[in-house]
Design a protein around this ligand. Structure first.
Ligand SMILES: [Fe+2]
Length: 270
């Protein structure tokens, strides 16, 4: 039986659903996306995976309360979940993999208080015979990112066990072809890509760019999903904000281990 899940990323919400960030209510955008998923009967998905930057910035940890309320999160599982997202009647298991806007300790304290209080979110779990790995690069409070040696070693150990695997991560493990991002990408990326290229990884899903991307590491497909919040222009000239409908991706992992995806967009919040 095939497995479906929903990839959400980069909501950057504030302390409440109505908190404005650059005159934009990111919380309402997240709520609109969740309502959209509910209206489509959850797309038949088994869970939601949110790959980081759930809150506006690591210096405003109260925003985790905003995110918790918008999702309607319940449950007391340790990181990375599953908690249950009950907003709009979803009742969907929910996993979280942090990004560069997340303070790991604050995220643990406010979203996963029953689990360990410190440490990166490098975890392995299984759903319907598929192994999911949350790869936490260890970068926050900074735009420049690098893969912490402990995270690399952890992934290397995991991939020695050759079973069908999906990697969920915030930072793209590839150059995306946009100078602003590629300048911040670690120089030793080929080391990570070589690890993934000949492994049992069926697909990788990332956030961070706020734009959707699709590429490959060898035969392994890599999908970036667009943000829930606004995006930055990558055009010439000074950066400016661009409004796009909040986006999410529905992923199907088929019986033969191949992966197909569909991008959906909710309406912009009023
Ligand atoms: Fe982000």
């Amino acid at each position: 039986m095939s497995l479906k899940f929903i990839h959400i990323t980069d909501s950057h919400v504030g302390e409440t659903a109505d908190t404005l960030l650059h005159f934009y209510a990111s919380g309402r955008a997240l709520s609109a996306a969740l309502a959209h998923i509910a209206r489509h009967d959850r797309h038949g998905a088994a869970f939601i995976a949110h790959t980081g930057d759930m809150i506006c910035t690591s210096s405003r940890p109260e925003s985790y309360e905003g995110a918790r309320a918008i999702y309607g999160l319940e449950g007391d599982a340790p990181a990375p979940g599953p908690l249950v997202a009950r907003a709009h009647g979803l009742d969907l298991p929910w996993y979280y993999i942090p990004g560069n806007a997340d303070d790991r300790d604050a995220c643990r304290a406010r979203i996963f208080p029953r689990g360990p209080r410190h440490g990166l979110f490098n975890y392995s779990w299984e759903v319907a015979g598929i192994r999911f790995l949350s790869l936490d690069w260890g970068a926050w409070k900074t735009d420049v990112y690098t893969l912490e040696p402990s995270a690399f070693a952890w992934l290397e150990r995991q991939l020695q066990h050759s079973v069908p695997t999906i990697i969920l991560t915030h930072h793209p493990p590839v150059h995306v072809g946009v100078e602003m991002f590629d300048r911040m990408t670690p120089e030793d990326l080929p080391r990570l890509q070589n690890l993934i290229r000949d492994s049992s990884v069926a697909a990788i899903f990332h956030g961070h760019t706020h734009y959707p991307w699709e590429t490959r590491i060898g035969r392994v497909p890599v999908f970036g999903t667009g943000s829930i919040t606004y995006r930055l222009s990558y055009d010439e000239g000074p950066p400016h904000l661009k409004l796009f409908p909040p986006q999410y991706r529905v992923v199907t992992v088929k019986d033969d281990g191949s992966v197909s995806t569909e991008v959906w967009e909710a309406e912009l919040p009023a």
